[in-house]
Design a protein around this ligand. Structure first.
Ligand SMILES: Cc1cc2nc3c(=O)[nH]c(=O)nc-3n(C[C@H](O)[C@H](O)[C@H](O)COP(=O)(O)OP(=O)(O)OC[C@H]3O[C@@H](n4cnc5c(N)ncnc54)[C@H](O)[C@@H]3O)c2cc1C
Length: 387
């Protein structure tokens, strides 16, 4: 089968490699890959479980063993992570995945796809040339042409706005996550390999404008650098990017495939609506589609996609975990008990390392409440210094 993949990011390039290995003729289109896509570059243990070969790829990584959580009132908690996170350069990762796809036999075309139309399969139009394919894959990100052409635009509620920088930074900077009482989202500083750090702020459906969000981010960067005795760099123009963050309604009725076409990665909306993690789902959806194509020419992909999200990010979406978690009162309470309760710290570690899925989060939280109350009261009563 001749497969056209629009977008050579994580989902597109890893799918291209798999399909080429299965013997398909693969055309992979991207006008700018490999590039430094706006991203934290944070690879969680969950992503490593889904793509175990990731640590063996020839790319520089930064291992992260501690995460600093800052609550809405500025309360800080430092958590040691038993399973390391890693951060990577998105350009390097894209380069390696692209090389693997080409080595497996995929043809990479450095072209922007300008139009797609259905004609016994699909016609893919670029400025210089048109290509006929039997099967079309949209791996062109959150706002890509494929999704817009085949499904339509996302609702505003399904997208999260992000602003950020990739900056030079000291080697000893810690990974920081900062919550705000009026924000569905958070700001982050992720140390990267090569004396760099990625800093960003993400906001779902927020009334806060770009300027306010960028100012908050700059203040966080300044505070973290100054408190660790480092100079503050001058800030370049921030990037702006959109990330899928699906509402309950959109998770309930996703459209990720049709006759001879499918969407993977961000284009399919497979992103954690609470944390914004998308790298692991880009790998996962590519794997699911390759398996579906191998078995039944892709027909079972929608069911596989639904099954993948059912107990995890789809459950979080359907049960409004995003809105619940970022409720100002919940966030305030969370940052208080996170600092003082070993149970909550354990839960947070498990959530972030992918050992705790959303579908059994509620029973675990309910079960832990008496112990958490006890730990918190004891800690307040004895004035035990929080970690
Ligand atoms: C600011 C920000 C921070 C993030 N941080 C993290 C993080 O730390 N950890 C994490 O797990 N996830 C993070 N994510 C999510 C993660 O970046 C995405 O989920 C992931 O990159 C999705 O991969 P993808 O291959 O689906 O899409 P992308 O990586 O977006 O790749 C899409 C590709 O399609 C190409 N393309 C687009 N249009 C066309 C066209 N018309 N023709 C040809 N090519 C086209 C683009 O050039 C691009 O290379 C973050 C996202 C954002 C926006």
């Amino acid at each position: 089968m001749r497969v056209g993949i629009v977008g050579a990011g994580i989902a597109g390039a890893s799918l291209a490699e798999k399909l080429a290995r299965l013997g398909h003729e693969v055309l992979l289109f991207d006008h700018r890959a490999p590039w430094e896509k706006p991203c934290g570059g944070g690879v969680t243990p969950r992503a490593l479980d889904d793509y175990p070969g990731l640590l063996e790829l020839p790319l520089s990584r930064r291992e992260i063993r501690e995460v600093v959580f800052i609550g809405p009132t500025g309360r800080r908690t430092v958590l040691a992570m038993p399973r390391a996170w890693h951060t990577v350069s998105r350009r390097e990762l894209a380069q390696v995945l692209l090389e693997r796809a080409e080595a497996a036999g995929a043809t990479f075309l450095r072209r922007r796809v300008q139009r797609i139309s259905e004609s016994s399969g699909f016609q893919i139009e670029t400025a210089a040339e048109n290509f006929q394919v039997d099967f079309l894959v949209g791996a062109d990100g959150a706002t890509g042409l494929t999704r817009r052409s085949l499904v339509g635009k996302w609702n505003r509620d399904d997208l999260c706005r992000c602003y950020g920088f990739l900056l030079p930074g000291p080697g000893d900077l810690r990974l920081v996550i900062r919550f705000y009482s009026d924000l569905i989202g958070y700001a982050w500083l992720f140390p990267r390999p090569g004396q760099l750090f990625s800093a960003g702020i993400a906001a779902s459906g927020s009334r806060l404008g770009r300027e306010e969000l960028v100012q908050r981010l700059c203040r966080l960067i300044e505070a973290e650098l100054i408190s660790s005795g480092h100079p503050v760099p001058s800030f370049p123009k921030p990037y702006a990017a959109l990330l899928p963050s699906l509402s309950a309604q959109s998770f309930a009725s996703p459209r990720v495939a049709g006759r001879n076409w499918a969407l993977v990665g961000d284009a399919s909306g497979a992103v954690d609506p609470v944390t914004g993690e998308g790298i692991s789902y880009a790998f996962k959806t590519a794997k699911l589609l390759a398996e579906a194509i191998a078995e039944d020419q892709g027909r079972s992909y929608p069911e596989r996609w639904q099954e993948m999200v059912r107990l995890g990010i789809g459950h979080a979406g359907a049960h409004c975990w995003r809105e619940r978690f970022y409720d100002p009162k919940v966030l305030w309470l969370y940052s208080l008990v996170l600092q003082r309760s070993g149970q909550v710290q354990e839960l947070t570690r498990d959530l972030f390392s992918g050992r705790q899925s959303y579908h059994d989060l509620k029973p675990r939280v309910l079960h832990a409440i008496p112990q958490v109350l006890l730990e918190t009261l004891l800690s307040l009563f004895t004035h035990r210094a929080p970690p």
